[in-house]
Design a protein around this ligand. Structure first.
Ligand code: PEP
Ligand code: MN
Length: 359
């Protein structure tokens, strides 16, 4: 396996899928070297990751080994050829990471939320040409994620990647961090040229869910994966529940059904085109019908105004909902979908009628 040499960092972006792995935290020299050796030997990993400074929610936990860990990473790189990335949160950390030849920097979820910290990193990077990966903020706020990206661009960083690692939510879900896939997709649409990498480890928080989330991100056309691996996951000093051995990781990567965004086949393309035409046509028809429905709702609004009656008529709304759900079920549309759809339509009707009643 030919790893990309570090004096040609541009080539780092040439891989798709781009696979990043390594332990949550560097713990000992032996642990770093052993993980890097196994990952490099597989030939399937493009970038080695490891936390050197760990942001912990509460004091007293393992806060990372610090500077000495950078020496281990440097050693692992010279031995295996694997370039490496570390998380940075302050200007001092940026400086130290660069001093040891870090190939890529990443900004953690707890840092992306803080514009002061992100700006401090950006300022420390002025004039330095290094790729930066930006994790989503812990809270589901796309503007913060976008803001971090703009700050990096403002500092002249050309190679930026985004990492979707899920969002904190209150209450229990099966995930440690709710994926809220639609937010990552929205970011992909905002920045189609920027690679979007999925981090199943921090989304899942537990090993047994990883495979499922990996597959999902591949199906959603993500550009790569960042997954934590450790020679003895159960003994890990941080994130023990979600790490897997390098061997297990390789096995999972082999099981993923990789999909192409596009294929060079005329038959495939003409079949797809025909289906897309149908979708376009159906969308036109649905929009025309929706427009027509809103006109009728407005007529009703004028009638309500003349007779001075309320806009919302609970009984009528129930009736519409029940009829639609029953009909929907006959054509394979779930009650949940019909409810969401009709609520949106109903809200728009109410707004239009309100405008008429207020006029
Ligand atoms: C990590 O990658 O180990 C990490 C701290 O992740 P996050 O910033 O996504 O919580
Ligand atoms: Mn971790």
């Amino acid at each position: 396996m030919n790893y990309v040499s570090t004096d040609n960092k541009d080539a780092l972006w040439g891989h798709r899928p781009w696979i990043i792995s390594g332990p949550c935290s560097a713990e000992t020299e032996e642990q770093v070297l052993s993980t890097a050796r196994s990952l490099a030997a597989s030939g399937k990993i493009h970038l080695f990751r490891s936390g050197i400074w760990k942001p912990r929610t509460k004091p007293g936990g393992f806060e990372g080994v610090g500077r000495v860990g950078l020496e281990w990473l440097k050693k692992a790189k010279s031995e295996t050829g694997l370039p490496f990335t570390v998380e940075v949160a302050t200007a001092k950390q940026v400086e130290e990471a660069l001093e040891f030849g870090t190939d890529v920097l990443w900004i953690g979820a707890r840092t992306t939320v803080n514009p002061f910290s992100v700006q401090e990193i950006a300022d420390a990077l002025k004039g330095i040409d290094i790729p930066v990966l930006i994790k989503n903020p812990i809270n589901p706020d796309l503007e913060l994620w976008t803001g971090a990206l703009e700050r990096m661009r403002g500092a002249g960083i050309r190679r930026i990647g985004l990492i979707h690692r899920g969002f904190s939510t209150y209450g229990n879900t099966e995930y440690r961090n709710a994926p809220l896939w639609h937010l990552a997709i929205e970011m992909k649409l905002r920045y189609p040229q920027i690679p979007m990498i999925n981090d199943p480890s921090h989304i899942c928080g537990r090993r047994d869910l990883l495979m499922d989330v990996m597959q999902r991100s591949v199906d959603l056309d993500f550009d790569g994966l960042m997954i934590e691996s450790h020679p003895e996951p159960e003994q890990a000093w941080s994130d023990a529940n979600q790490q897997v051995t390098p061997d297990r990781l390789i096995e999972m990567l082999e099981q993923v059904r990789w999909r192409a965004e596009d294929v060079n086949s005329d038959t495939f393309h003409s079949a797809l085109d025909a289906l897309r035409q149908q979708i376009n046509q159906l969308d036109v028809e649905m929009l025309q019908l929706l427009g027509r429905r809103m006109q009728v709702a407005e007529e009703i609004g004028r009638y309500k105004k003349e007779n001075n009656i309320t806009i919302l008529q609970a009984g009528r709304w129930q009736e519409i909902m029940e009829n639609a759900c029953a009909r929907g079920e006959q054509v394979g549309l779930s009650r949940e979908f019909i409810t969401r759809y009709l609520e949106a339509v109903h809200m728009e009707s109410i707004n239009r009628q309100k405008r008429i009643l207020d006029s």
